[in-house]
Structure formats: structure tokens, C-alpha cells
Design a protein around this ligand. Structure first.
Ligand code: IMP
Length: 426
């Protein structure tokens, strides 16, 4: 399948990094199309752990990494990541391309993001990752963004940057935050030119040519569909178009180019930051999911809330994105829990609701209607084929497929690359 899109279908942290890394064994290109360094994609290869924020996960398998037009690129984070990978023997610099149209996160965007979220009252505070993502995106739409192409032209850079930094400082001061030293900030941005220049190019042409040549392209979503700025739990969302709809603007590929759409879903649900979460489980089972699943933010270190699989939300996401297949992760974490629960509908003020509401206040009032299923026990990490899965797992997978209307093609039974079962193959 020449162009495959893999995206998160819950509130993030579904294990996209692992799935993308696994599928990248055959990919020529691995492309990030949205988000920025608010993402944290974790990959385990043998005893090595990698946490990537901007670098497309497929580079570890040798694919060319493309950071597309829709990504908000913080060059400081990107350089640190490249250097760390190089220290560990992965020469990625020559295999990494950054779109000349990508917006850059400037030094004031992070502090501004944090000051802005701190200034909000309890009703509006989002709990952002503080990486400057929403402020850089807002500046793009205010026609005051700074793109990778602007960095490369000395004239454009010096004309635009001073103004933007001074303006950023005034916004920081208005929020009671410390302004940046403008000269230092300008020098920092100028220092990016040398190492970024060889990477910056028109990646849309690169990708269109690759499609024409029949090369394998894997598109890697960040954050997730329920954090999508339009179809997620607004305003408790991230700022980009996280599902497959983000691909066209985030890469320059025509929408029709995508031929296979895979949604990554965790076997239970987690959420960080604020915002409604109907199947949140505050009892023992939720604590156990958090501990066994090591549910702490890769970027912020914050503990994630845990809850049961939400089939109402999953149907919403699968329908919106025309999902072909599900990749279900972390099934091993549910081992030992009995019974298992899946939310099949919501109860909203005494009425049964089968769809995901737009109104977050209504969503907060929704109570999950659960179907209970028998659990399973034992270690799944050595399982590599469907026929070796315990009965409890088979029943759980069947229920998810039936309720979401989409087949599960890949099952992750542990964090390591090889701890994966291809369900179509057995
Ligand atoms: P922002 O993307 O930093 O603006 O944060 C907005 C919301 O999205 C916050 O609730 C974050 O916790 C959440 N968020 C952003 N990126 C991720 C992610 O990669 N995984 C999970 N949650 C995320």
C-alpha cells in the first residue's frame, strides 16, 4: 500500500510510535504531518528506549523522515533530538527533510503558551504541554507566523524576526510574565540556519514524486482524534487537525493519495490535562492500569488518568476518518482484570445517547453504559498469532470490532517492536 496513514484515535498516548516503527520496516518515507514537540512517541528496540517528539518514528527502521508543512517545528528541540540519536549511532541528519512551509516555534512561544494557560480561569484552562504549540498556530492564522523558508533568507529573517520577538515580549509582559532578551532570542534563531539549511526543502514535491514512483509512504499522526481542534473535546484539545483530514494540508499530498487508514487505539483509555473523560476509572482497576501501563506523560511526566475502552468515542472517530483497520495496543496491561468493561453508550440526564456529543458540558454529564466481559490472565508477551490468544482476549477484541465497526489488524502485546501480533496473518 503506497500511502498509509496511522493516527491516534483517543486522547493521545495510544502507542503510535510503536505501531509506526513496526510498520516502517517496509516504508521508504515516514512523515509527520501535524502537531509539534508536544508529542512524545516512544519506541522500544531490544533494551533501548527512544522518545521522539519531532523526528518521525520510522527513521529508526531506516526510512527517510519528513517533517511536513503542518508541523509546528521547534528547531531547538529538533536539534537536541537529532544529536541524541546520533550519539546512539543513528545517523538521521542526512535522512531528515523539513518542509520550507512549516511554521517554526520561536523562543517566545513556549513561555507565552504557559503564561496564557496560567492566566485562564478554571473553566478555560486546558493544561497545555507548554511547548508553544497553540501560540505558534495562532500566530500562523494571524498572518504573523515564521516559516522555515523565512529562516533561510538573511533579509527576510532580519526584517521579520525583531518585530515578532518584540511583539512576543509585549504579550508576555501583558500576561505578567518575564520578557525574553530580544538580542539573545534573535541570535538563537540565527544559530538554527546553519544546521537546518540542508534539511529544508519543498517536501510536498518530494512526496508527490515519491507517490508517483510508487514508493511506500507512512504518515504518522501526533496527538489524537479526540484532541482534534474541530472534532475533539473543544476547547480541551490540541491545536491541529489530528486525524486523516490533516494529511492534505500537513503534507501537500492530495487527499485521494491516502489508500490505507489505520487508527491506533489503546485497549483502555488515558487522558492528560483537563477535559471530559466519560469512562475515567478512579477505583482500583484504573490505578492498576496506570501502574502496569506506566501511564506518565512522555513530555510532561504528568500521570495520566485511566479508564475503560469507550466504543461511543471510537465509533465517532472511525466514522469521521473512514478508518480501515484498528491497531490495538497495550492489551497485556488488562491481564488480571476481571471483569473487563467496554462503554457501549452514554446515559445523559437519564436518556441513552449513542453518539459523541459536541457540547463538553453534556459530555461531562454523560455516564458510561458498560458491557461487561470476562477477563483473562497470564503473560501475553510471547504470543505472535491469533490462535495463541486466551479466550478472554479473543472475546474482548471481537466486542471492540463489533462496536466500532472496524477490524483489528494489529495487536500489541508488549512495548518491544517484536511484541506484536498481525491478526490478518493467522
Ligand atoms: P498543547 O497541545 O500543548 O496545546 O496541549 C493541549 C492539550 O492536548 C493538553 O491537554 C495536552 O495534555 C494535550 N496533548 C497535547 N499533545 C499530546 C500528546 O501527544 N499526547 C497526549 N496529550 C497531548
Amino acid at each position: 500500500m503506497p500511502v498509509t496513514c496511522v493516527f491516534g484515535s483517543q486522547w493521545g498516548d495510544e502507542g503510535k510510535g510503536k505501531v509506526v516503527d513496526f510498520l516502517s520496516a517496509r516504508a521508504d518515507f515516514c512523515v509527520r504531518y501535524q502537531g509539534g514537540s508536544n508529542a512524545g512517541h516512544t519506541i522500544y528496540v531490544g533494551d533501548q528506549r527512544y522518545a521522539l517528539r519531532l523526528t518521525p518514528s520510522g527513521v529508526l527502521q531506516g526510512a527517510t523522515g519528513v517533517i511536513g508543512t503542518g508541523v509546528l517545528v521547534d528547531p531547538k528541540v529538533l536539534l537536541a533530538e537529532i544529536e541524541k540519536l546520533e550519539e546512539r549511532g543513528h545517523e538521521v541528519r542526512t535522512r531528515l527533510k523539513v518542509s520550507d512551509r512549516a511554521q517554526l516555534v520561536l523562543p517566545f512561544h513556549g513561555p507565552l503558551d504557559r503564561a496564557l494557560d496560567a492566566s485562564r480561569n478554571d473553566v478555560w484552562r486546558v493544561g497545555t504541554t507548554g511547548r508553544g504549540i497553540s501560540t505558534a498556530m495562532a500566530d500562523k492564522h494571524l498572518y504573523e507566523g515564521f516559516r522555515a523558508a523565512d529562516l533561510l533568507s538573511d533579509r527576510v529573517r532580519s526584517e521579520r524576526l525583531r518585530y515578532l520577538i518584540e511583539r512576543g515580549n509585549r504579550r508576555l509582559e501583558a500576561l505578567g510574565a518575564e520578557p525574553l532578551n530580544a538580542e539573545e532570542a534573535e541570535a538563537e534563531v540565527a544559530s538554527w540556519v546553519k544546521w537546518m539549511r540542508p534539511m529544508v526543502r519543498d517536501t510536498s514535491r518530494l512526496l508527490l514524486d515519491a507517490v508517483q514512483a510508487g514508493r511506500e509512504i507512512l504518515l504518522e499522526g501526533a496527538q489524537a482524534a479526540l484532541l482534534d481542534v474541530d472534532f475533539g473535546t473543544y476547547p480541551f484539545v490540541s491545536t491541529s487537525t489530528c486525524g486523516v483530514a490533516g494529511v492534505a494540508v500537513g503534507t501537500g499530498l492530495p487527499p485521494r493519495a491516502v489508500v490505507r487508514i489505520i487508527a491506533v487505539a489503546k485497549a483502555y483509555v488515558t487522558r492528560v490535562g483537563k477535559g471530559p473523560f466519560p469512562t475515567r476509572e478512579t477505583g482500583e482497576a484504573g490505578k492498576r492500569m496506570g501502574q502496569t501501563g506506566n501511564e506518565f506523560g512522555t513530555v510532561t511526566g504528568r500521570p495520566r488518568d485511566c479508564g475503560w475502552f469507550d466504543a461511543v468515542a471510537m465509533r465517532h472517530v472511525c466514522r469521521l476518518n473512514g478508518v480501515d483497520e484498528l491497531a490495538l495496543t497495550k492489551i497485556d496491561v488488562l491481564s488480571g482484570l476481571d471483569p473487563l468493561r467496554i462503554c457501549v453508550a452514554y446515559d445523559l440526564d437519564g436518556k441513552r445517547l449513542e453518539h459523541f456529543p459536541a457540547d463538553v458540558d453534556a459530555l461531562r454529564r454523560c455516564r458510561p453504559v458498560f458491557r461487561e466481559l470476562p477477563g483473562f490472565a497470564g503473560d501475553l508477551s510471547a504470543v505472535r498469532s491469533r490462535r495463541d490468544l486466551p479466550e478472554g482476549v479473543v472475546g474482548y477484541l471481537r466486542a471492540i470490532e463489533e462496536l466500532s465497526g472496524v477490524p483489528i489488524s494489529l495487536l500489541s502485546v508488549g512495548p518491544e517492536r517484536t511484541e506484536t501480533v498481525l491478526l490478518g496473518d493467522s
